[in-house]
Design a protein around this ligand. Sequence first.
Ligand SMILES: C[S@@+](CC[C@H](N)C(=O)[O-])C[C@H]1O[C@@H](n2cnc3c(N)ncnc32)[C@H](O)[C@@H]1O
Length: 266
Amino acid sequence: MKEAEETQMRIVVTTSLRPTPIQVSRASEMATWFGATFVPRGGRSLAQLLQDADAVVVAADPAVIHVRGVEHPLFFHPSMAHQRLKRLEQGESDRLIALAEIGPGDAVVDATIGLGTDALVFAAAVGPEGRMVGIERSPVLYGLLRAVQAYGSEAHPREARLLQRVHLIHGDHLDWLRSQPDQSVDVVYFDPMFREPVRESTHMRPIRPVAWEASLAREALEEAKRVARRAVIVKERPKSGVFEALGLEPDRTTGRFAYGVWRRPG
Ligand SMILES: C[S@@+](CC[C@H](N)C(=O)[O-])C[C@H]1O[C@@H](n2cnc3c(N)ncnc32)[C@H](O)[C@@H]1O
């Protein structure tokens, strides 16, 4: 999603064809999280609704988002978080958690929360006594996670409960970071959209049409270094040139992705 598209994206929230009264009241509540208009379904097909909107959110469980011109609908699913959480439970280590040295009671900011896969693993690692903040610029992705927090998920109840521990913020991470005191969280994490979508995971494909696609701003990294007590981590392709440009040390030089790390000296 480019800047012009974001301002123009028309989102409507509706219900299934035969909604229950609860669905109707949820749909109108959800509309505020999506920055959308609530439109009663009125027997119309999705194709008909998409004639006047860029995205149609159907307020069911799960909430399903249909984007005009995009074949696959978008809905909440924990993706790799499911296996990663299981491994953590069994006492095994997680690459990202180990690298960020995150433990119970820590304060972690996921500055690009997306569908929340990494944030769920962070939330489990910091535990109920920790603090998790998740920032998302896309109104569609923010609205989707907000709905899971509010109404849970029949298919993924455990992940929905973990997501409830995340303080969700809709906006640009640079604005949020600028407003924070020095060294006020332990770790800040960035996973911006990769420049090269060719080998993109199936998890990421439905997100791209609604995600904020700009690369990580140098200023956001500098603000993150100011706000983080311990570390800032950036996920990118190892050969993208981003780590060299930002002066970060990648944990791997080959493979599908690497984590570039900055640690506070001393
Ligand atoms: C690759 S996805 C993140 C995936 C996430 N780590 C997960 O596990 O599901 C990147 C997300 O960051 C969001 N994003 C990109 N730039 C942003 C910014 N400046 N502020 C807030 N969110 C941003 C995008 O809209 C997108 O949802």
